[in-house]
Write a protein that binds this ligand. Structure first.
Ligand SMILES: [Zn+2]
Length: 419
């Protein structure tokens, strides 16, 4: 079982040692995925690849890239490790920024490793165990246990605010809670920041502020910095992989958690030259139940050859594009985080893919993909859930389409034509 003490040396490892560790962990992950998961066994066999052919990170381009669309139509038994009791695992829905609802399962060990990786990142940014963390997030699927005695004593204390709470309630709780570190979805934090500035409230000035789940552009960064009184630190993570990379405190780019996964930036399946944009592909060394081998997230990134002065030896991404979303403007003038919309509909049975477009303050159109046999049912579920969320004065319309076209790095699952 992983302990924080085993992860802490990672960022200090010399490049050569890190590469040896990566290659060792890669071989183990590949052989487990081939042995235990029917999808990968079939993928390897049909491309005449033997697990022992993949010895190092440099061999990865031999394996075809897997995309969410390749997995989403499969029975979970095909893409999870044989013999796993999925009911004993925690099921997570993807956060919806890709517009393709997708379920993955994580064991207690997976969740533990993810929490430790986050703790290591925060520790690198100056986190102390007595700092209290406040997270604004989608609470579904999140098991929040009663506080341990040490949390009540102020050690590793954590509090959650549900994203679906009313904006006024969230603001009130932010101002009433005594926290040191704040984390949340980029869009939600930027909407809260606008509200704080509009109401001329005083800046909350947490010690650290983390944004994630979507691209943090310069405009949102500025609004958040002004309202909260601190420059946000962006975390690049996905439900499928956990944290992939995190912005350095020096703002020189994103450090990749390279002891936990291999990250490639490719074009036509071959490594992109340093400094050039390409498709981001991830191989996770530790996802045993739902392995992630050469998985494309549909995002675009640039590899950097910079050695960061912060002391972390992990390789860096210069920039990450993609995961763009717009907020929704209601007739009352209030803005709604796009995640409240995507979270409301992503578990609708038979909904394969979708894109939400706001055409005016009074109209939302959802293009969706589903099989024809259940299209009417899917459509009425989307309409009823979104009408319920958006309230009176907003008309919700649906269109069944054969495919949602996604331009890499540019796709917006929630798009506003009036933003
Ligand atoms: Zn750094």
């Amino acid at each position: 079982m992983f302990q924080l003490s085993t992860l802490l040396p990672g960022p200090h490892l010399p490049t050569k040692t890190l590469r040896l560790l990566q290659n060792y962990r890669l071989r183990r992950a590949i052989s487990q995925a081939y042995r235990d998961v029917p999808y990968y066994q079939k993928l390897f066999n049909s491309n005449k690849i033997r697990p022992e052919d993949i010895r190092t990170i440099d061999d990865l381009p031999r394996i075809p890239i897997t995309r969410k669309e390749d997995l989403v139509c499969l029975d979970p038994i095909q893409r999870t490790a044989r013999g796993t009791n999925l009911e004993g695992c925690i099921m997570h829905m993807t956060s919806g920024s890709s517009g393709t609802p997708f379920r993955i399962w994580l064991s207690d060990d997976d969740n533990r490793l993810r929490s430790l990786a986050l703790l290591r990142t925060m520790q690198w940014h100056g986190f102390r165990i007595t700092d209290k963390v406040l997270c604004i997030r989608d609470m579904r699927g999140l098991y929040v246990s009663k506080k341990y005695w040490f949390q009540s004593a102020g050690i590793l204390d954590r509090e959650y605010i549900d994203l679906f709470e009313k904006r006024e309630t969230i603001l009130q709780r932010l101002y009433n809670s005594h926290f040191d570190i704040l984390s949340g979805y980029t869009s939600e934090l930027s909407v809260l920041a606008s509200e704080i500035l509009k109401q001329r409230k005083k800046a909350l000035r947490p010690k650290l502020l983390y944004t994630g789940a979507e691209f943090l552009d310069a405009k949102r960064r500025e609004i958040i910095r002004e309202a909260f009184g601190i420059d946000p630190i962006d975390l690049y993570s996905t439900i499928e992989t956990g944290i992939i990379a995190w912005q350095c405190a020096k703002r020189s780019g994103y450090h990749i958690d390279a002891d936990l996964m291999a990250v490639e930036v490719v074009r036509d399946n071959q490594p992109c030259p340093i400094g050039e944009e390409g498709e981001l592909v991830v191989t996770n060394f530790f996802s045993k139940i739902t392995p992630v081998i050469r998985y494309s997230l549909g995002d675009v990134a640039t590899i950097s050859d910079k050695h960061c002065s912060c002391g972390c030896n992990f390789p860096m991404l210069k920039g990450i594009a993609g995961r763009l979303v717009d907020c929704i403007l209601l007739p009352s003038g209030k803005r709604l985080s796009p995640y409240t919309l995507t979270c409301s509909i992503e578990d609708i049975h038979g909904l394969r893919s979708y894109q939400i477009t706001q055409t005016s303050r009074h109209e939302i159109i959802i293009n969706y993909v589903s099989s024809t046999s259940i299209a009417t049912e899917v459509s009425s579920q989307i309409i009823s859930r979104l009408e319920n969320l958006l309230g009176k004065g907003v008309s919700v319309k649906t269109n069944r389409v054969e495919e949602i076209s996604k331009k890499k790095g540019k796709f917006k699952v929630v798009k506003s034509l009036i933003a």
